[in-house]
Design a protein around this ligand. Sequence first.
Ligand code: C5P
Length: 219
Amino acid sequence: MTILITAGPTREAIDPVRYLSNRSSGKMGYALAEAAAERGHRVILISGPTMLAVPDGIDYVPVETADDMYRAVGKWIGDCEIAIFAAAVADYRMAEVAGQKIKKKGETLTLELVRTPDILASARKDFSYQGLLVGFAAETENLENNARGKLERKGCDLVVANDVSRRDIGFNSSENEVLLVFPDRSELLPMASKEHLGHVLVERIVAMAKPSCSSCSSC
Ligand code: C5P
């Protein structure tokens, strides 16, 4: 199958030397990409800036901003039977990026920010994507309810939810414990390394996609 994966943070410029971003390491998305490639799938990895090595045998599309990621997803998603959105996309960017380095003047500085596109929600709406759609939800409270809200609002078949208020899992950690939220039920997977979880998730997601996949020879 052909699998699109978004990973890593996005980086939104403030001026030529500063940016807005977040603590995402990209490890979960890269672990998914590696697991999928090892299992013989074609992987298109659309990634914001990370410190990670690009896994062998994948099509790597580096991006910087949420707008770049939106355009790259729009370009590639039509080729894919599965799309997994593991990127931590910045929700806001500068209304206007300053052309020169912003100088310190007063005691406070107000930046005007505007919303970035919700790329996962755009999959069905803007790109008319019909394949299997998987989102991630990083939450600090009401994990299951918030993840289920995302599943419904963004047209997902599965949301992989994790509690980022815990220091031992999630953002920037090598381990993760996730709750799988499906339209009709939820299932907690035991804590595991992101590498192991990558394999477990790819296996489960590919099995979900198989009944509707008629266009590839690898399944
Ligand atoms: O709404 P929230 O950001 O919590 O949703 C998380 C999910 O949506 C993740 O799968 C993330 O990759 C995706 N997302 C996106 N574009 C955004 C914000 C989130 O694709 N602008």
